[in-house]
Design a protein around this ligand. Structure first.
Ligand SMILES: [Cu+2]
Length: 166
């Protein structure tokens, strides 16, 4: 590009400016190319972040399905009177889930009886124990109501069949 203003006296100056400009333009082009490479190298990172964000959005469901609750009823076999429900809560990695609030609700499989409740206390990390009153012989269904420290809730059902008379 050659630009003559009022006179061509300054031509060489403008020319040299043009050289400088084209050098600068080259520099910009190189910088742009670098930028492009940087953007491409960032892509896997961005995809990773996106996956993380998506998994974070799915967290409630994921954590629900990954929570394992082992239960134990004593005495065994259960009979009418005060029983003890012992629970062990672990995550998918087998790590104990501590600090949960747990209420046990006992109902009989037939209608017309009031539910029995027992509040669990944590006896060891991830291990909880609650008393439960079996007020009648027969089949019971136990509902485990769990509230985790972050406020998320989880409910599991356990059949306790054939509670015996004393
Ligand atoms: Cu009953």
């Amino acid at each position: 590009m050659r630009v003559c203003l009022d006179s061509c006296a300054g031509e060489s100056l403008i020319e040299s400016n043009n050289v400088a400009l084209s050098k600068a333009a080259k520099g910009v082009a190189v910088a742009r190319a670098r930028e492009k490479r940087r953007v491409f190298s960032l892509l896997p990172f961005t995809a990773g972040m996106l996956a993380l964000l998506l998994s974070a959005c799915n967290k409630p469901d994921a954590s629900f399905s990954s929570v394992t609750i082992e239960h134990q009823i004593s005495p065994q076999p259960p009979h009418v009177g005060t029983g003890t429900v012992t629970l062990k809560l672990v995550d998918a990695a087998g790590k104990p889930l501590t600090g949960a609030g747990i209420i046990i609700e006992g109902n009989m499989s037939h209608p017309g009886m009031k539910p029995e409740f027992g509040k669990a206390r944590e006896i060891a990390p991830g291990r909880y124990q609650a008393p439960l009153e079996f007020t009648m012989a027969g089949d019971w269904v136990i509902l485990i109501h769990v509230t985790f420290p972050d406020g998320t809730r989880l409910e599991r059902e356990v059949d306790v069949k054939g509670v015996r008379t004393n």
